[in-house]
Design a protein around this ligand. Structure first.
Ligand code: ADP
Ligand code: MG
Length: 339
């Protein structure tokens, strides 16, 4: 008999889950992104023990139809993508149809959801990626997902989790990033019954930065507003008196998605070379809008990286915008001081 066999479904799921769900903060990221895609106006994240035993994300978004619910937890099932071309016109954060399948294969789930069309809500319980029960219940419109005992069936993964404090710091960081990028939505983060982050929604970028990063940072920011036929760049960069010893205060959003992009960060930092001390990093919170057709968002399972197609010189353009704004702002500053 040959040696090769096809893995059973739950083993395949668990292997695939490893790519998307690394730690509790990956669960929180995926659930919040789903809530944002579902047009939520308010998102509440609650965790216990660094998210290892309990994560609950509640939104007031569109909800999931009863007939869609079993599908939502299957792999490669999504309401956001129909064909490969849609990838290049992607305005939703999700599209891979992997998150719920992955989370449900490595944790116990409770789902409560109601759409505006249906009279009652549905409560479903899942284990090992399978729906164990489904019943009609009273519920407000929206979706609540409770994730219990993450990695209960992957002991090695579980062992690699860090302390409760580091895991909750990582969650707090994700909530901050998503709240900064989606300031029309109100976010609440509750850790072990204590409110850690609370944003009110329906504010502008400056107000959300004030709430999340504080007034000392807001005081040292220079606004950026730029638009041409290809890009729109808005947000703030720090002046020459405001910097950090690491890149923790660098936030870049492309078409609403939080992105890490080393070349863009390096380009921005390059403009500060003679303005701030060596080994110090500028702060930026930048919102970039770019034609989705010229952007590849599908280069990494966690979708935190993008590629600019057609060799568009995004670095050169951002570098010039920042250089000019920084120069103008600093010259104005000097002029004011000498008056
Ligand atoms: P993706 O976000 O890539 O589509 P997911 O596995 O994260 O894949 O979610 C699968 C589907 O479940 C989504 O396409 C969406 O239709 C539905 N869904 C998930 N979370 C929510 C939510 N909070 N509100 C409404 N629908 C949701
Ligand atoms: Mg998703």
């Amino acid at each position: 008999m040959g040696k090769i066999k096809i893995l059973d479904n739950i083993t395949i799921q668990k292997i695939a889950a490893g790519e998307v769900i690394e730690r509790p903060s990956s669960v929180v990221k995926e659930l919040i992104e789903n809530s944002i895609d579902a047009n939520a106006r308010s998102i509440v994240v609650e965790i216990k023990n660094g998210g290892k035993t309990f994560i609950r994300v509640t939104d007031d978004g569109d909800g999931i139809d009863e007939e869609d619910l079993p599908l939502a937890f299957k792999r490669h099932s999504t309401s956001k993508l129909n064909k490969i071309d849609d990838l290049y016109n992607m305005m939703t954060l999700g599209f891979r149809g992997e998150a719920l399948a992955s989370i449900s294969s490595v944790a116990r789930l409770d789902v409560l959801t109601k759409t505006s069309k249906s009279a009652a809500g549905i409560h479903a319980q899942l284990e090992d990626g399978e729906i164990k029960s489904m019943e009609k219940v009273g519920s407000p419109k929206g979706t609540t997902i409770i994730v219990k005992d993450l990695f209960y069936n992957l002991p090695v993964r579980k062992k690699f989790l860090k302390s409760d404090t580091s895991e909750s710091n990582s969650i707090s960081d994700i909530v901050n990033k998503l709240a900064l990028g989606n300031f029309k939505i109100s976010f609440k983060f509750i850790k072990d019954n204590k409110v850690i982050i609370n944003t009110i929604g329906n504010v502008n970028s400056k107000e959300i930065i004030y709430t999340i990063l504080g007034k000392d940072i807001v005081k040292g920011l220079i606004p950026i507003e730029y638009r041409d036929e290809n890009i729109e760049l808005n947000g703030f960069i720090s002046n020459n008196n405001l910097y950090r010893s690491n890149r923790s205060h660098q936030y870049l959003y492309i078409n609403g998605r939080y992105i890490t992009n080393y070349p863009i960060a390096a380009t921005i930092e390059g403009q500060y070379r003679s303005a701030i001390p060596i080994n110090r990093y500028p702060i930026f919170i930048l919102y970039l809008k770019f034609n989705p057709e010229d952007l590849d968002v599908n280069i990494h399972p966690t979708k935190q990286e993008v590629k600019f197609v057609n060799n568009y010189d995004i670095n050169g353009i951002i570098g010039n915008i920042i250089k000019k704004r920084l120069f103008d702002a600093l010259s104005v500053g000097k002029f004011e001081i000498s008056q």
